[in-house]
Design a protein around this ligand. Structure first.
Ligand SMILES: [Fe+2]
Length: 289
């Protein structure tokens, strides 16, 4: 197995591993440690026959969880979904490229996933990169006064939040009802490494608890701009067919790029790895709901 950094921001490439076969305990451990260290891994040149084989490969990193929203979920495997160039919005039926705003997956639920795993089945000849932000670096580079200010703050994340310019797939009324607001810490501590990361994003974070709304808006705007607008925290992944990519949803943002030709096919399998509570006070999430 060879592990090589993909950039000096985050991410590493892995070669010499075949995820279609069971891994030895030591290989699995080496991969997992590399995932924690680099926040994203791209295992190249995989040949996974179908969604079942993909989920088996993902199990090397934890337990795949059932996707919270049934839209775009696989009928046969509720833990998996497909991302395709044929995706349609559930309400208006229009073609949609999902996830073009920086976000971390399912932060709108009480126990968001630890990681997202994607396998590239078909990739357009050009474009369709996934861009990432390293939120540990974003946190580390904040000035000390801001770190002090945000330490211990909680923010509400809500799928149904209204904000001009926000682009996310529609939810049915039933889905929205089943997705109440939840609270997460603004600074998330990785329970495995102890590393701190900013855990707010413009797509789902609504407001900071126990703070005046305009003050909350101003602080969030500053944190969004600091994290998502700075190229120094970003890595752009150019997909190749056979890439098996896992990223840490506790410490990164990601965004799809809608720049490939409409007549080109793009097909990826996706699952998320089960995560735990983001903080010690789960009751706050219920109070906010
Ligand atoms: Fe996503």
């Amino acid at each position: 197995m060879k592990i090589t950094p993909l950039s000096n921001v985050m991410g590493a490439e892995v070669t010499g591993v075949d995820l279609s076969k069971p891994l030895s305990a030591s290989d699995r451990d080496e991969l997992y440690q590399a995932f924690l260290q680099h926040l994203a891994l791209c295992v190249r040149d995989q040949r996974l026959e179908g969604v079942g084989a993909f989920l088996d490969a993902a199990r090397n990193f934890g337990q795949p969880k059932v996707q919270h929203l049934e839209s775009y979920r696989s009928d046969q495997y509720p833990e998996a979904g497909v991302i395709t160039s044929e995706d349609r919005d559930v309400k208006d039926g229009k073609r949609i490229i999902r996830g073009t705003m920086f976000h971390t997956d399912e932060s709108f639920i009480a126990e968001p996933p630890k990681a997202t795993v994607v396998y590239a089945v078909t990739i357009p000849s050009k474009g369709g990169n996934t861009r990432y932000v390293n939120l540990q670096k974003a946190y580390e580079t904040l000035d000390e006064a801001t770190k002090k200010q945000i330490d211990g703050l909680m923010a509400i994340h809500y799928y149904g939040k209204q904000r001009p310019g926000r682009k996310v797939p529609s939810l049915t009324d039933e889905q929205l009802k089943n997705t109440p607001p939840v609270a997460h810490p603004v600074v998330r501590i990785n329970e495995e490494t102890g590393a701190k990361a900013l855990y707010v994003h413009e797509t789902m974070t609504d407001y900071i608890l126990d703070m005046d709304r305009s003050e909350s808006e101003a602080l969030l705007r500053r944190l969004y701009d600091h994290s998502a607008q700075s190229p120094e925290f970003q890595y752009s992944h150019e997909w190749r067919t056979g890439d098996f990519v896992i990223w840490d949803d506790r410490a990164t943002l990601h965004a799809a790029t809608a720049d490939y030709a409409e007549n080109e096919k793009r097909l990826l399998y996706r699952t998320m790895i089960k995560g735990g509570p983001t903080h010690q006070h789960a009751a706050i999430g219920r109070r906010a709901a």
